[in-house]
Design a protein around this ligand. Structure first.
Ligand SMILES: *[C@@H]1O[C@H](CO)[C@@H](O)[C@H](O)[C@H]1NC(C)=O
Ligand SMILES: *[C@@H]1O[C@H](CO)[C@@H](O)[C@H](O)[C@H]1NC(C)=O
Length: 416
């Protein structure tokens, strides 16, 4: 590390601590209002703006699957289960499908876990297909639009492409029967076959209570400049190291493992959450893993997320001004990460920190039990409400068919 940069950094620290000190004379931490591209919508109340009909399916599509493996409640794709529970008791639920704006099918497609707890999506297409067959033959609403007023929660790696390897996911594409539906998914990347326009990108599930127990006093100085814990190489699946997170993580390690500004390691300390609250910048080298909980954690702990993931579509991007809160870095610029971060003016850093301190921002990242106003459940509903009213053109003429029930891999057509 060159001398001038060290000197600069010390100046930054001094200034940060001074400024933070000055700020703390006020009684509450100042926050800044959040306005997304859709306006100031994070605190919107969806009640009264949409009605959702929840199909009642045999329990083999949801409850029974969960009974078989309760670990599904804790993994990062658990939103599919919690969203179901939330809707059942939500005031936006209607028992009268005739007055519904949206139809929801509670099917837990990511709850088939390996012994290690990783979701296997191999049965998901057949299961989904079976559920759609059931709703389309027992109720008239699916056939009316072939799913265009239906939404599905598909939080798996590549959403409704239902595969964890990108190449295979792309080859499969979005399940043909879901082409017209609105997909609520953690996967978000522009110009990718696994992201349909009009989808709602959500954060991955991260356990709210667990994070809350690790909160430290807000005034704790942020004495770590850049923080990251996690894998740099996926040795098991990718011994060459070039592919994991599209190489962004490997580049971070190669360039900055010995840089004193960077507190990065594969070791996951017990003080992980506390450390994030002591850091100015938290790396989110998401690469092909946009569902990584790191972004959620950074927001919850007020650490400015440094997002290294070209073309990513971040959660609720029409409501949350990610550009103002985080730092976006092209994957090819990772080698200049130190210069880029140390060149950010202090007032810009402080403004980002104030935006992050806004409780509505944190709330939007979480799926708490019970639900709370402004949480991620409500953001999903707000997103659905903003898509209303439906265009008349979604309603098919009598006898009109658009979906092809026999398209896709032959294996997907087997009964579930
Ligand atoms: C919906 O259309 C399918 C054929 O595409 C048909 O088998 C099914 O019975 C229809 N559902 C209803 C409720 O009429
Ligand atoms: C539906 O898809 C199958 C399999 O790809 C194809 O053979 C068939 O021609 C398609 N049907 C229509 C009506 O496009």
């Amino acid at each position: 590390m060159s001398g001038w940069r060290w000197g600069f950094l010390l100046l930054v620290y001094a200034a940060l601590i001074l400024k933070t000190g000055a700020v703390e004379h006020g009684r509450t931490q100042p926050t800044e209002r959040i306005s997304g591209s859709a306006g100031d919508v994070l605190e919107d109340d969806p009640v009264g703006r949409l009605k959702v009909f929840v199909y009642e399916l045999p329990s083999k599509y949801n409850k029974k699957i969960l009974q078989k493996d309760p670990r599904c409640l804790n993994h990062m794709f658990a939103a599919e289960i919690f969203m179901h529970r939330f809707l059942l008791s939500s005031p936006v639920r209607t028992l009268n499908p005739e007055e519904a704006d949206w139809f929801y099918t509670p099917v837990y497609t990511t709850c088939d876990l390996t012994p290690n707890g990783l979701p296997l999506p191999f049965k998901s297409p057949r299961m989904m297909r079976s559920a759609i067959q059931l709703i389309s033959s027992n109720w008239p609403y699916w056939n009316r639009t072939e799913g265009a007023d239906h939404f599905f929660v598909v939080p798996h790696d590549f959403g409704a492409c239902f595969h964890y390897q990108e190449e295979k996911a792309i080859e499969r594409g979005i399940l043909p029967l879901l082409q017209r539906a609105t997909l609520v998914q953690t996967f978000g990347q522009r110009n990718h076959v696994c992201l349909n326009e009009g989808s709602i990108t959500i954060p991955p599930y991260a356990p709210p209570q667990k994070m809350q127990t690790h909160l430290i006093p807000e005034k704790t100085p942020r004495s770590i400049f850049v923080y990251f814990r996690g894998l740099f190489y996926d040795v098991g699946n990718d011994p060459e190291g070039g592919y994991y997170a599209r190489g962004a993580r490997a580049a971070v390690w190669e360039n900055f493992k010995d840089n004193p500004l960077f507190d990065i390691s594969t070791e996951h300390p017990t003080t992980y959450y506390e450390d994030m609250q002591r850091a100015v910048f938290c790396l989110c080298p998401l690469g092909w893993a946009p569902w990584s909980p790191r972004l959620v954690e950074a927001v919850i702990f007020g650490c400015i997320p440094v997002i290294i993931a070209d073309d990513i579509v971040l959660p609720f991007a029409d409501a949350i001004p990610w550009e103002e809160i985080g730092v976006f870095l092209d994957e090819k610029d990772v080698p200049n990460l130190d210069t880029i971060l140390t060149s950010i003016p202090l007032d810009v850093i402080l403004r980002k920190q104030r935006l992050l301190a806004n409780p509505s921002m944190k709330q939007a990242m979480l799926f708490p039990q019970p639900a709370q106003p402004g949480d991620a459940f409500h953001q999903v509903l707000n997103g659905l409400a903003r898509k209303l009213p439906h265009e008349k053109s979604i309603y098919l003429k009598p006898g009109e068919k658009i979906l092809n029930w026999t398209a896709g891999p032959v294996g997907d057509l087997k009964p579930w």
